[in-house]
Design a protein around this ligand. Structure first.
Ligand SMILES: Nc1nc2c(c(=O)[nH]1)N[C@H]1C(S)=C(S)[C@@H](COP(=O)(O)OP(=O)(O)OC[C@H]3O[C@@H](n4cnc5c(=O)[nH]c(N)nc54)[C@H](O)[C@@H]3O)O[C@H]1N2
Ligand SMILES: Nc1nc2c(c(=O)[nH]1)N[C@H]1C(S)=C(S)[C@@H](COP(=O)(O)OP(=O)(O)OC[C@H]3O[C@@H](n4cnc5c(=O)[nH]c(N)nc54)[C@H](O)[C@@H]3O)O[C@H]1N2
Ligand code: SF4
Ligand SMILES: [Mo]
Length: 859
């Protein structure tokens, strides 16, 4: 019998509905939920691969203190006692929580309540600080509330979509496909992409503005100037000052500042001014900037000034990144907010105190992510509880974060994975329930609250994040306030607080959901807040005077400046098939096959200038630190700027951490770091050898060997490179184990090794001057079933398949596992279009996110 549980995808902020089909035998299949209004059944590659992330291998399943497994009770008693001792001796501000937009609303509410309501300090911040805190500042300054005035269905009703600093094709794939469809249906709808890189998102762009990194504000301030002469019909607070600045941003000045063709700038301005309805979708290319808040307001300003807001098909739409980034904003998970859209003014503090029954409500905002870890480093914060985020990888200036945590007396980490870069520094490890096991709600980009429901039993001793918080709170003496047995009770409390003495003063009000029974909570259908209100009219209603703010914005360039020592600007971001620090997607082999190691994308002209070649290795360094990547020469890149993905941690590469280079300069209003611009230099690295290594069990790499993990279960598979002697290293590895070594070497050009033990393959190492062409499928197969004839063994030693087993090449279509070589062969045999390829190989027919690459291959 199959049991179907409806839930929500745990990855991006699109918030797609999924169905988990479980059978009695325990197998689980994930498919899209056709009834969910965020996706109507569609899933992207990551969502479709969720079923492959459910295994327990690599999971943290038991609490630990100082590396020793302990009983939950002891772990909780001990942790609470240590927290209490620190609070007693140094005060509540010596304790901090660092939470995540991937927690459920119920988890988040609990953590925020404990820290701000009962420990009594503002020190709870979240990884959303690195993500959309600038967007929050933008909305609050403009509207007086953190309200996203758009929905996905606006995309079907608009005339112009501007994507600013968003690679939605890879980062919000299902939403992007919706946009693709909308454009197919109404080709007259225009799409403008603003991004220094040409990305997969540009595939549907009528205009791509490949502007100078960090110069976006000028485009919108200049646009405001154009609008002011024709369209500004309303009086806004701040209007005079905003327009005064804008008046300086003529077409010439703007084009010059942004290093764009003035014809292109003018086209964009005209399209925006003339469109009856327009939307701007913006994400990290805007937010992750030392002037990100101002950029957000520059965008909101043009929508306000032209009246393209508060009606269908209009509005400034900040897309949230994480599945519950919006939920975090609702519960007040950022250090400078209180719960349910309340702020640190006396009336709100008093109101919250009444509702929670506490006299200890934090009276001032707490530390924001980057400064929080700086305070840890200075020893001012002595205990930090990290939940659902991996700051060693994702915060800027990683070596400083590592130093801070290494010296912090109490580091509590709640995670689902057993090994992460952050867990290395944990004093206390709490095993959390993962997706599929946990139960609660999340809110997506369009403010739609959906249920995540459990369809798997809790494994080992893993527990819900809210439960851990409640248990610690009870041990700190707050039993009454944290006496929940079920997430529904927390949700009810949160919903009630949202309406508590609200009277229309706070935009976030879901109090109609406060009295749901457990059955009703379990059956809750996806619902957008504000509930029971007409959205456009509501948008007007929380500023009863109708006054919105035009924030005066003076465009400026990034803090990072290229100079003769660090002449290139490093841009960082996402790739299609990986999620953040890869703790989940990195374990799915097919998701690692699209892009196998960190790359540095560079313009051909710069490649020549700096002497690097496609697929060669390169050392990248900033004033903060360095990493190693593989070169990808591409004219999608702007000259002067390079791109490296953010995902690789020390679990997946020896030196792949891009945040080792990022400085962590922050926006003064939002505290959001400038993760998109860092001045770097690059240096070609021609190692003595590079190659691939396969091993039956974990192996120790000599410290001078760079490695990039290709699989994290079963046979260990790595790409490697080093300047040292490969033969000497392999010999030490094999020595003393009684393995027989089979070697082949060709004149210093290549060195291949196979190590056998009792007829079983133990190790295969293929090293060469440049990347060897290895049939990894055949090599992996040889670990399952060793070749028997000596001819086959020689073929294996050559890295070839025993029979004419063809290799598919890098996976282009992850949904159906179709490789580049297969696609090229199909093109050679007559497939002339994406449709023909789809018919023959199925590639591109599921989520569609590989279509841009298929087109490139066709070209
Ligand atoms: N596959 C995948 N999808 C994800 C995630 C993931 O890890 N993997 N993470 C999710 C999360 S949390 C987030 S926040 C979102 C992020 O979603 P996005 O913001 O779309 O993703 P990024 O790749 O970080 O950056 C977007 C683009 O900003 C561009 N950019 C860099 N500098 C500038 C600039 O100065 N101006 C402009 N206009 N553009 C610039 C980059 O070239 C890049 O193409 O993705 C979500 N979705
Ligand atoms: N250079 C650069 N840096 C960036 C960015 C960039 O574009 N460039 N983007 C930034 C942005 S937008 C973001 S959102 C961050 C993301 O960065 P992180 O939040 O650090 O990345 P994740 O890998 O998602 O970390 C989530 C952690 O929580 C664990 N986990 C998963 N599910 C659960 C759960 O249910 N409970 C608990 N307790 N743990 C769980 C995972 O195993 C993982 O260790 O990175 C930021 N850093
Ligand atoms: S688009 Fe986002 S929410 Fe939807 S399936 Fe993909 S990762 Fe999940
Ligand atoms: Mo994010």
């Amino acid at each position: 019998m199959t049991n179907i549980v409806r839930s929500t995808c745990p990855y991006c902020g699109v918030g797609c509905g999924v169905e988990a089909h479980t059978t009695d035998s325990g197998s689980v299949e994930i498919s899209g939920d056709k009834r969910h209004p965020a996706n109507f059944g569609r899933l992207c590659v990551k969502g479709a691969a969720l079923g492959e992330t459910l295994g327990l291998e690599g999971r943290l399943l038991h609490p630990e203190i100082n590396g020793e497994r302990v009983e939950w009770n002891l772990a909780l008693d001990e942790t609470a006692a240590r927290l209490q001792a620190i609070i007693d001796q140094f005060g509540p501000k010596a304790v901090a929580f660092y939470a995540s937009g991937q927690l459920l609303t119920e988890d988040y509410y609990a953590a925020n309540k404990l820290m701000k309501g009962f420990i009594g300090a503002g020190n709870i911040d979240t990884n959303s600080r690195l993500c959309m805190s600038s967007a929050v500042v933008g909305y609050k300054r403009a509207f007086g509330a953190d309200f996203v005035p758009c929905s996905y269905e606006d995309l079907e009703q608009t005339d112009l979509v501007v994507l600013a600093g968003s690679n939605a094709a890879w980062a919000h794939p299902v939403l992007y496909q919706r946009l693709v469809q909308a454009k197919q249906q109404r080709p007259q709808m225009k799409v403008v992409v603003i991004d220094p890189r040409r990305t997969a998102t540009c595939e549907i762009a009528d205009l791509h503005l490949a502007l100078r990194p960090g110069s976006d504000a000028a485009l919108f301030v200049g646009l405001l100037n154009i609008l002011s002469s024709s369209q500004v019909d309303n009086t806004f607070d701040g209007q005079t000052a905003a327009l005064e600045i804008a008046a300086n941003w003529t077409l010439e000045k703007t084009a010059d500042f942004c290093q764009l063709d003035s014809v292109d700038v003018q086209t964009f301005w005209q399209w925006f001014a003339q469109a009856n309805r327009a939307m701007t979708l913006y994400t990290m290319g805007i937010n992750q900037s030392a002037s990100g808040s101002d950029k957000c307001n520059a965008i909101i300003n043009v929508h306000l000034a032209s009246g393209k807001i508060g009606r269908p098909g209009c509005g400034p739409f900040s897309l949230t990144g994480q599945p519950n980034a919006m939920g975090g904003r609702e519960v007040g998970g950022l250090a400078n907010q209180l719960a349910c859209h309340m702020s640190f003014d006396a009336a709100d503090i008093a109101r919250l105190g009444r509702f929670w029954g506490s006299e200890r409500i934090a009276e001032t905002p707490g530390l924001m992510a980057v400064e929080l870890f700086e305070a840890v480093g200075r020893g001012e914060v002595k205990a930090v509880w990290i939940m659902g985020t991996n700051p060693l990888v994702s915060l800027p200036d990683s070596s400083r974060v590592a130093q801070a945590l290494a010296n912090c007396p109490l580091v509590i980490v709640s995670d689902v994975a057993r090994e992460t870069d952050t867990l290395r520094y944990a004093t206390v490890k709490f095993p959390a329930l993962a997706w599929g096991e946990k139960n609660g709600t999340v809110t997506n980009s369009e403010r739609r609250i959906s249920r995540q429901r459990a369809f798997l039993p809790a494994p080992g001793e893993a527990r819900a994040d809210w439960w851990m918080v409640a248990q610690i709170a009870q041990r700190l003496g707050y039993r009454q306030a944290f006496n929940w047995q079920h997430p529904q009770q927390i949700f009810s409390e949160h919903a009630a607080l949202s309406g508590y003495q609200n009277n229309g003063t706070r935009a976030f009000d879901i109090s109609v959901l406060a009295n749901l029974s457990r059955e009703q909570y379990d059956a809750l259908e996806p619902v957008c807040w504000p509930i029971a209100a007409e959205e456009p009219s509501l948008f007007r209603s929380w500023r009863p005077d109708g006054k919105f703010q035009l924030v005066p914005v003076e465009p400026c360039l990034p803090q990072a400046v290229a100079d003769h020592v660090y002449p290139l600007i490093l841009n960082t971001g996402r790739i299609r098939d990986q999620w953040h620090t890869m703790t989940r997607t990195g374990r799915v082999p097919r998701l690692l096959q699209h892009i196998t190691m960190p790359f540095l994308e560079i313009h051909p002209r710069d490649a020549i200038r700096y002497g690097v070649t496609n697929k060669g290795l390169v050392r990248v360094a900033s004033r903060q630190g360095g990493m190693v990547a593989r070169v990808l020469v591409s004219d999608n890149q702007r000259p002067g700027s390079v791109f490296v993905p953010m995902h690789w941690s020390q679990q997946f590469a020896r030196r792949g951490l891009i945040n080792a280079l990022v400085a962590g300069v922050c926006d003064p209003h939002s505290g959001q770091p400038e993760s998109k611009q860092t001045a770097v230099r690059i240096q070609r690295w021609q190692p003595a050898w590079q190659g691939e290594i396969f091993a039956r069990a974990e192996i120790d790499f000599a410290p001078e060997i760079q490695w990039w993990r290709q699989s994290s279960s079963g046979v260990q598979h790595f790409l490697c490179a080093a300047d040292s002697n490969v033969q000497a290293w392999v010999e030490t590895l094999v020595s003393g184990r009684g393995w027989q070594l089979q070697t082949a070497c060709g004149d210093g050009e290549f060195n291949h090794f196979l190590a056998w033990h009792k007829g079983e393959l133990q190790l295969a190492c293929y090293a060469a001057k440049s990347w060897p062409e290895i049939n990894s499928v055949a090599v992996l197969a040889a670990f399952q079933q060793a070749p028997t004839s000596s001819a086959e063994r020689y073929l294996l030693l050559a890295g070839k398949a025993p029979t004419a087993q063809e290799e598919a090449g890098a996976t282009v279509c992850s949904c159906f596992g179709v490789g580049e070589k297969t696609i090229l062969a199909a093109i050679a045999s007559g497939c002339r279009s994406v449709a023909m390829l789809g018919e023959k190989l199925r590639c591109g027919t599921c989520c569609g996110s590989c279509i841009p690459e298929l087109k490139t291959l066709l070209k």
